[in-house]
Structures are given as structure tokens and as C-alpha cells.
Design a protein around this ligand. Structure first.
Ligand code: FES
Ligand SMILES: [Fe+2]
Length: 359
């Protein structure tokens, strides 16, 4: 065990009233960054909504490559699979853009594979002995679906257990019928550590200070934060007259005025459910102080777009990026090392920091 591993364990007190926040090196030190993200292979990662495969049959997953440093590809023939996107000849990435092809052909020297990843053909290899073997096929990765949302992993925990907090709360929501909306796609690169972006997401504490328009539609006192094993759920309540879910009796929140369900799954997956549909936000660590933020939108009811908490997401994002980038400059200061938590408003951030440092 190296000193970095030793230094990670138990550094966040379980009692939020006594705890200090994450030491600043988690946001600024490249070695700590490398150590932390090496653990991401143990998580499930959002790959795509099945609707994204309605017009293509091979979809590269660059955001997952950013998370776990593993080029992956979703393919669809008689079934949907997640396979390696690395050619078994000399390691070229096989598919670089979404496409509709019956056969996958490596652009480097022409090796071809079926959509299920099986080796098909290789030019100039007639004289090679013991060829091909199963090692020449593209490797498969686990793939699971929850209501049309596809998730993959390298060494993930039990999927049913992992997804249970979502199923228990939103099992009634017809996510499978949501349609991919390419016009809602966004990609940003911000000058900040990925965990600062997650910290900011995990508390509604800043809403009155940072997001004036959002504050006008959310009931600040009704805002709830619930912790579960692999993540955090925040429930935003609508002010009187503002857009909210029409919750069926089967919902545990039936009778309440829910404006948004904000799910975060460790490390960087955010599933934001609004009355109009789902905004998936992916937090992709590029380096210790650069992060990509990727948005995918899936619409269930177009008539509810642009209303309530899920209305002007671009403005909210802009406001969040301002504080997150400025905080990156602040945590790099000699004058800053650690802070303290609000026991009423920062339980989600505390839970995240405990997850990050539990070894
Ligand atoms: S690396 Fe793919 S064919 Fe050579
Ligand atoms: Fe925010």
C-alpha cells in the first residue's frame, strides 16, 4: 500500500457535525487524481438510451473511454452488445463515428469483425499459423438495461442492487418511450477537477445564491437530499403554480409537488428527471484540473419542455460552471486546505467524500 492509499482512508469523519471536507490535494494533485480514477472500473457507466441505436448500429462510447480509459462500442444486430473498440491486430480504434455498417472494418489495415465482435477477415494473413483464435475477436463487456437506458462496466457490482434506488422510486416512469433529442446534446470542457463539479451538483444550498431563476421555481425549504449506497438522490419541490410531475398512486411521492429528481451515481453519472423527460449529465475527468461535461436529452412530453426546474438548463449550467471554475482556483490556494459541512444542506457532499475515501 503506497502512502497515497494510506492517506485516503478514513479522512472524512462519519459524523458530519465533526467532519472536515476533502483535502485540497484531491482537487489539485495529479497523483491523487490518478489513484482516485483508477477505481472507476468498479462502477456501472451510462452507455446510451436504446433510442440512440434506432438509426445506427455501431455507437462508439468516448465518454466511457474518458471515465475508465477503455474504448468501447455499442453494436446492434439481433441484440445489443457492448464490445471492445480496439482492433486485435495492432490496437487501432475500429469505429470512430456512429455508423450503420453490416461489418466493422478497421481503418488501419482492413481487419473486419461481425457486429457481435467475432473476427471475420484479415488481408495478408494467409501464412500466419494458428490464426485466427478467439483472441482475435473483440472482447465483450457486461451490458444491462433499465427501461431502455443501457449501462456497462468493467468490474461492476451487482446491477440489480446498483439500480434499485432508481427502480424503487421511478419504476412507474415510462423511460423506455422517451426519444433521444440530438438538439439537447451539449459538450463542455471546464477548467476544474471533476470532483468539484460533483460537489456542486450534490447540494441545493447554493441555489438561492447562484441560480436566481431556478430558485424562483423551487421550494427551497422542501428540497430533500436522500443518501443511498452508491449515490445520492435530491428531490426538488415545485413552488405553487410551477411545473411538477403528475405522480401516479404507485409513486412513493404521490400527492407531492415534485419538480425534479436529481440522481447522482458514483462517480460521475447524473440522471435528472423532469416532467418533460430525462437529462443525462456525464462528468468525465480529463486531467486533474480539466473535466468534460456531456449532456444527453431524452424527451417524454414535448409540451412540458422549457418549463419549471428543467426549463433553461443552459443558464443553470453556465452559472454552475462559473462557481466550479472559480472554486478550482480557490482550492489551489496556499490559504485553503479543508472546510466544514452544513449538517442540514451538505449531506450529499459529505456522502460523496466518504465514498471517495473509503478505500
Ligand atoms: S490495427 Fe486494425 S487492421 Fe491493423
Ligand atoms: Fe447548481
Amino acid at each position: 500500500m503506497c502512502w497515497l492509499e494510506v492517506s485516503r482512508l478514513d479522512i472524512i469523519d462519519a459524523d458530519i457535525r465533526r467532519a472536515e471536507t476533502l483535502p485540497s490535494r484531491f482537487y489539485t494533485d495529479p497523483n491523487t487524481f490518478d489513484e482516485v480514477i483508477s477505481g472507476f472500473a468498479n462502477s456501472w457507466h451510462f452507455a446510451a438510451h436504446e433510442d440512440q441505436l434506432s438509426s445506427v448500429n455501431a455507437l462508439p462510447l468516448p465518454h466511457i473511454e474518458g471515465m475508465v480509459r477503455e474504448p468501447m462500442l455499442l453494436t446492434k444486430d439481433d441484440e445489443v452488445r457492448c464490445i471492445s473498440n480496439v482492433c486485435t491486430h495492432r490496437g487501432m480504434v475500429v469505429v470512430n463515428e456512429p455508423c450503420s455498417a453490416g461489418v466493422l472494418v478497421c481503418p488501419y489495415h482492413g481487419r473486419s469483425f461481425s457486429l457481435d465482435g467475432c473476427f471475420r477477415h484479415m488481408p495478408e494473413f494467409e501464412q500466419v499459423e494458428d490464426f485466427p483464435t478467439p483472441a482475435d475477436d473483440l472482447r465483450q463487456f457486461p451490458l444491462e438495461s433499465w427501461k431502455g437506458l443501457l449501462f456497462t462496466t468493467i468490474d461492476g457490482v451487482d446491477f440489480e442492487r446498483w439500480i434499485a434506488p432508481l427502480e424503487e422510486r421511478l419504476g412507474w416512469l415510462p423511460v423506455d418511450s422517451f426519444r433521444h433529442a440530438p438538439s439537447r446534446h451539449r459538450e463542455y470542457t471546464i477548467e476544474a477537477n471533476w470532483a468539484l463539479y460533483v460537489d456542486n451538483y450534490l447540494e441545493g444550498f447554493h441555489i438561492p445564491y447562484v441560480h436566481g431563476d431556478l430558485h424562483d421555481v423551487l421550494d427551497h425549504d422542501g428540497y430533500r437530499t436522500e443518501l443511498f449506497d452508491g449515490g445520492v438522490l435530491q428531490v426538488g419541490m415545485a413552488r405553487e403554480g410551477e411545473s411538477c410531475f403528475d405522480l401516479p398512486e404507485s409513486s412513493p411521492d404521490h400527492g407531492e409537488r415534485v419538480a425534479a429528481y436529481y440522481y447522482w451515481f458514483h462517480p460521475g453519472l447524473m440522471l435528472n428527471f423532469y416532467p418533460w423527460g430525462l437529462s443525462v449529465n456525464l462528468v468525465v475527468p480529463l486531467s486533474v484540473n480539466r473535466t468534460a461535461i456531456v449532456y444527453h436529452g431524452f424527451v417524454g412530453d414535448e409540451s412540458l419542455l422549457d418549463m419549471g426546474a428543467g426549463g433553461d438548463l443552459d443558464k443553470v449550467e453556465d452559472e454552475d460552471q462559473f462557481v466550479v471554475e472559480a472554486t478550482q482556483r480557490g482550492v489551489a490556494s496556499r490559504a485553503y486546505e479543508r472546510g466544514r459541512y452544513s449538517p442540514t444542506r451538505e449531506t450529499g457532499v459529505h456522502h460523496f467524500h466518504r465514498l471517495l475515501t473509503r478505500g
